[in-house]
Design a protein around this ligand. Structure first.
Ligand code: ADP
Length: 766
């Protein structure tokens, strides 16, 4: 039944009661029916079981029923566990329990004692009781409390006040902590069982309430001499308990208490009735008491529970958080103030950091936006670049599939859109077959070589295949793409070189024609120079002969008599004009011969087979100097040379080159200063560059090119020569894949440079 219901029932009952009292005369007068008696339950701690409790206390209920009208008293046996809840739920109006229970009920539920019972022993009433600590009489080893350490122990129940809390307190006072010092601590009920367990040696010692040992001995279930009670001497002056065996001080016997809502009127009636109970009444006999007395002081019980911190004092001494706050609030306030200032400072710092972070974030966002814009612009530029370039450009992943392609790529390959190429294997699509029609395996493809070997490849002698199945010659470059040190594909750029190939072919054809023509020309020069020389020799011979004849004719004329008129006319012709003319003819014939000789030499250079070997240039040049030493001495010139790098060439022709250069250097020295000639050389890549330097008359800048032309001489009168030397040098170097050039100034000396290859593969420059 809920508390509300009970209150309503009780309230209603009282209304009826009050009305009953008020209107009793009328009710009687009216002959109305009697009000049923009100039930009053007395809860009783059934320490030896409910049956024993009923046997013991029902006569008391009956006793009350006989003396107090309109109430029906009954006994409700309660186990140790039921006591508190019965009072809390108000299942009982009165409660009879041991002193420790009462102390708890008083503190927690407002129960208040109205009487204390007087226990009977050998005809005498005891309103106090205590605990008994006992062992078997033959256990000589257990005489003092301290002897209990390390022993086994048994008692009734943790809540049976006299048997345990009172005993525990006593032991504690004597330095024994049962919960740590005993080997074992057992609980058993009913209380008689504890006595028997000690007697039978099941445990070493035990505790019970006073008078049980005596009562059991009287009943004949034990013999007192079989037991030894500890601590008797300690409390022998406890007058109240003197006749009984006891180990603890005396504590007030069980009280009878009313519960919180039980009316005082009823309580008074009950108390009055019970105080009048005599020892010989049935109720007293059954309850083994001599009767009831006014309620005792239960403070000692409070003290025990408080010290043991059990029952209502379970949390005694523990300071509640609220108490701490109440006691130390200034400190708390101070700490809170300090903490809050720290917190404020911390928050301000965090806030500051947050603001900085926000600024950073904003900057980062701005920078990111800027970077994104730049990237977009750059992508746009790349897109425009890709779209506007005429070169075909496409990208490949490592599988050779197309990842991007520009419009030119699609256009050159004959596709409508670049998208048509995306994801396609480009080798299979455009590079599957070679120019000669044989298949081109992908493993050999030079485009893939770029990412296989990580280096750029460039090819101009392969073909690409269009969408319509036709092919075109392509020049392509395959550049590997790198990311984090690894190739991720390649970018291929290519152009259709059909036009170029055609131009190349035409050029090659022209070249071949030119070579043929050149050879023809050389042949012509050779033939002309060679064949013209014989008629020239004849002209020379006959001219000489005419001269001789003219001399003879002069002698003939001097011997015969010829008129002086004729002699005067013929003599100047024979002696002067004819020899002079013949002399002129001879001079021109000689000149023509020299020219023809030169042409012959030139044509020989063009026609000569080259025998290319590695040349020790230091040796070659020093031989030339040696050969020209007389000329050098004549000119009183100084010639210097050092270590010259080697080169590849035809020994006799290269000898001719440097002989001519040294010859010119000596020939064109300035007579007004000491001649100085230096021959040096250095290696530059795949070429060796030599220099023949002099401090001679020099060549004006305007004439630097024409000095290499055929028969060109700058100042024919000042020196001998045919104006052919530099032409032949130029021709020789051309054939060697080398070059000759001059650096010079009028009267500033000249530097003639010659470059020759240092490796054997020579390209002839025709
Ligand atoms: P040549 O037989 O006249 O020397 P080259 O072909 O050797 O014919 O030279 C052509 C011309 O170049 C020469 O006539 C001369 O004027 C000029 N020349 C050549 N070498 C030198 C030089 N070392 N210093 C000045 N002039 C030079």
């Amino acid at each position: 039944m809920s508390n509300l219901w009970k209150t309503i029932v009780r309230f209603t009952s009282w209304i009826f009661l009050v009305f009953g009292v008020m209107f009793f005369p009328f009710v009687e007068f009216l002959g109305a029916q009697e009000t049923p008696p009100q039930a009053v339950r007395i809860g009783v701690l059934a320490k030896r079981g409910p049956q024993r409790a009923l046997e013991k206390w029902e006569p008391t209920a009956k006793y009350l029923n006989e003396r107090i009208s309109n109430y029906s008293f009954s006994i409700l046996p309660l186990s140790y566990d039921q006591i508190y809840s019965a009072v809390e739920k108000e299942d009982v109006e009165f409660i009879l329990a041991n002193s420790s229970f009462y102390v708890g009920l008083e503190m927690l539920y407002g129960a208040s004692r109205i009487l204390t019972l007087k226990n009977i022993h050998f005809g005498k009433g005891y309103k106090v009781y205590g605990g008994v600590i006992f062992t078997r009489a033959d256990r000589k080893d257990i005489r003092y409390y301290s002897d209990l350490k390390g022993k086994t122990f048994m008692t009734l129940d943790e809540q049976a006040f006299a048997s345990w809390p009172a005993v525990w307190f006593e032991l504690k006072e004597h330095g024994v902590d049962p919960y740590t010092d005993f080997t074992s601590l057992k609980f058993r009920s009913p209380m008689d069982a504890v006595v028997l367990a000690v007697r039978d040696g099941e445990v070493d010692a035990g505790s019970i309430r006073t008078d049980l040992l005596e009562r059991m001995a009287m009943e004949g279930s034990i013999r007192l001499e079989d037991f030894h009670v500890l601590g008797i001497k300690e409390h022998k002056e406890d007058i109240e308990l003197v006749p009984l065996l006891h180990s603890t001080p005396s504590y007030p016997e069980w009280p009878l208490a009313k519960t919180k809502n039980t009316p005082d009127v009823l309580a008074e009636k009950v108390a009055n009735a019970l105080l009048q109970m005599t020892p010989d009444s049935e109720a007293a006999k059954a309850a083994r008491i001599t009767g009831w007395t006014i309620p005792l002081n239960y403070q000692p019980v409070h003290e025990v529970l408080k010290k043991l911190r059990i029952g209502p004092y379970k949390d005694y001494g523990k300071v509640s958080p609220m108490e701490i706050v109440r006691q130390y609030w200034p400190w708390f306030l101070g700490i809170i103030v300090i903490l809050s200032s720290f917190l404020t400072a911390y928050l301000m710092k965090i806030n500051q950091r947050l603001q900085l972070a926000v600024v950073d974030q904003k900057n980062e966002i701005t920078m990111r936006k800027k970077a994104e814009k730049e990237q977009r612009e750059s992508e746009e530029n790349i897109r425009l670049l890709l779209e506007s370039t005429v070169e075909g450009i496409y990208g490949l992943d490592l599988d050779g599939n197309c990842t991007f392609a520009n419009p030119s790529c699609a256009k050159i390959l004959g596709y409508d859109e670049a998208n048509q190429l995306m994801g396609k294997n480009m080798h299979d699509l455009i590079h599957h077959t070679r120019n000669d029609g044989t298949p081109y395996p992908m493993e050999e493809c030079k485009i893939y070589q770029a990412f296989r070997e990580g280096k750029t490849t460039s090819v101009d002698d392969e073909v690409f295949w269009r969408a319509d199945g036709t092919s075109f010659p392509a020049e392509y470059w395959s550049h590997p793409m790198w990311k984090d040190g690894k190739t991720i594909g390649t970018v291929v750029t290519f152009v259709d070189i059909t036009g170029r190939k055609k131009a190349e072919e035409e050029l090659n054809a022209l070249n071949v024609e030119l070579i043929d023509k050149n050879e023809e020309l050389e042949q012509l020069i050779y033939v002309a120079s060679h064949d013209l020389r014989s008629p020239l020799v004849n002209v020379q011979g006959f001219t000489t002969e005419i001269g001789e004849l003219a001399k003879e004719l002069g002698l003939v004329l001097s011997k015969k008599e010829i008129s002086p008129k004729v002699i005067n006319k013929i003599a100047p012709i024979l002696e002067k004009e004819l020899p002079h003319s013949l002399n002129r003819v001879l001079l021109n014939v000689e000149k023509m011969d020299a020219l023809l000789n030169g042409l012959l030499r030139l044509s020989r250079v063009g026609r000569a087979e080259l025998n290319i070997i590695e040349l020790d240039m230091s040796k070659l040049v020093s031989n030339i100097i040696e050969a020209n030493k007389h000329q050098i001495q004549d000119k009183e010139a100084e010639v210097e040379t050092g270590n010259l790098p080697s080169c590849f060439g035809d020994e006799s022709q290269i000898d001719q080159v440097f002989s001519n250069l040294l010859d010119n250097a000596l020939k064109y020295l300035n007579p007004e200063r000491k001649g100085f000639i230096k021959i040096s050389g250095e290696r530059k890549g795949e070429e060796a560059v030599y220099c023949v330097e002099d401090n001679g008359i020099g060549i004006h800048e305007d004439h630097h090119n024409i000095v290499f032309e055929l028969f060109h001489r700058l100042d024919p009168k000042k020196s001998e020569g045919e104006g052919l030397g530099l032409t032949i040098i130029s021709r020789i170097l051309n054939k060697h894949g080398g070059k000759v050039w001059v650096e010079s100034k009028q009267d500033g000396g000249s530097k003639f440079f010659v470059s020759l290859p240092t490796i054997k593969s020579l390209k002839r420059r025709e």
